[in-house]
Design a protein around this ligand. Structure first.
Ligand code: UT7
Length: 332
């Protein structure tokens, strides 16, 4: 039997219109454009405004564009995995809501949450369905309305995050392209350093949890920073060594966009020049599950069939990993 590989055959993204820049942020908390640019590297982020609008609405925009771009009939989609840490509600899955809004009626769908590594975990899961031959058109959509869980009085956290969505189509191929390999790790001791304190079964919402602002992102920034730098670089270098890839063999690194200094450190460890690193953090901030596909969407016209690409992420949990793929198509 011919071996099937899973290849990305299309990508689309969506960012809401409203732009929150550092100047506006510096009127909300005690911060400056200079501090945010030097320490994080973010100038502006998109924010989803509007009563009742949620992660599914952004995910729906991205998936509708993806369906149109790939000429896909929604009824032909077999599986939808939504990567998100900000689901519309605890249940049902945001993937189901997106599928319904997009007319995807013959698929099964579910959500995946591995904090900022959600998209990569979802991509590797989708890959297995495609490689097994059971599913032929699989959508992975990363969408996060981070503004819903960001405390805009906390200057240590609020500059970091933004809202966006992006989606990829994954299909089987017998060519030498597509996802080659992934390395993933989890270390649960990290759960104390980046999390939301309340709202789960351990500490359901009460007046007290709301008053204590426990439904917002809590993070010990310095610890997360140190882990992110070393672990994202470790798995990416491990991937290069495993596949005998030198820096010159790589076309692109697509890192999760959390902090410009983290991205620089990872690229340095891999020996990669900045021109080979997809970076759009300055314009979007950390959009959690959307960062990596959003980069692929923005860079799509520069990607060529056979390009060697490493995707790398680190997130709460702690979760981290890298995926090595060969891009499957030339600019259309
Ligand atoms: O994908 C995973 C998600 N999260 C991350 O990857 C985040 C990883 N961590 C980081 O990116 C960085 O730790 C931060 C950007 C969050 C913070 O940068 P830092 O260089 O670690 O700063 P710090 O927390 O050590 O704070 C340094 C100083 C403190 O003042 P003092 O105590 O030295 O007087 C902070 O109070 O900077 C102060 N500070 C700010 N000043 C101006 C913290 N936030 C701000 C701010 N504006 N927004």
């Amino acid at each position: 039997m011919t071996e099937l590989r899973a290849a990305i055959t299309g990508v689309a993204g969506y960012a809401p219109d409203y732009i929150l820049n550092n100047e506006e942020l510096s009127r909300m908390v005690d911060t400056t454009d200079e501090w945010i640019m030097t320490r994080i590297g973010i100038r502006e982020r998109h924010i989803l405004k509007g009563e009742g609008l949620a992660s599914s609405d952004m995910g729906t925009e991205a998936v509708k564009l993806l369906l149109a771009k790939t000429n896909t009939n929604p009824e032909d989609v077999d599986l939808v995995i939504c990567a998100t840490v900000t689901p519309d509600m605890m249940f049902p899955a945001t993937a189901n809501i997106i599928s319904d809004k997009c007319g995807i009626t013959n698929a099964f769908s579910f959500d995946m949450n591995a904090a900022c590594s959600s998209f990569l975990y979802a991509l590797t899961t989708a890959q297995k369905f495609v490689e097994s031959g059971t599913h032929k058109k699989v959508i992975v959509v990363g969408t996060d309305k981070m503004s819903a869980i960001t405390d805009y009085t906390d200057r240590a956290v609020c500059p970091l995050f933004g809202d966006a969505a992006a989606a990829i189509m994954l299909e089987p191929t017998t060519e030498e392209v597509g996802i080659v390999d992934s390395i993933f790790r989890t270390n649960g001791t990290g759960r104390h350093h980046l999390y939301m304190k309340a709202g789960g079964s351990q500490r359901p919402a009460t007046h007290e949890t709301v008053d204590n602002k426990e439904h917002y992102i809590y993070q010990d920034g310095q610890t997360v920073f140190k882990w992110a730098v070393s672990k994202m670089a470790d798995v990416s270098v491990e991937m290069m060594e495993k596949h005998n890839l030198k820096a010159e063999d790589l076309s692109w690194l697509v890192p999760h966009q959390a902090n410009m200094r983290i991205i620089d450190a990872v690229a340095n460890r891999m020996g990669l020049a900045k021109e080979k690193v997809m970076i759009n953090i300055e314009r979007y901030g950390n959009t959690t599950s959307a960062t990596i596909p959003l980069c692929l969407w923005e860079w799509e016209s520069k990607l060529h069939k056979g390009d060697n690409i490493i995707l790398a992420a680190f997130g709460g949990g702690f979760t981290w990993g890298s995926t090595y793929l060969k891009w499957a198509y030339d600019p259309k």
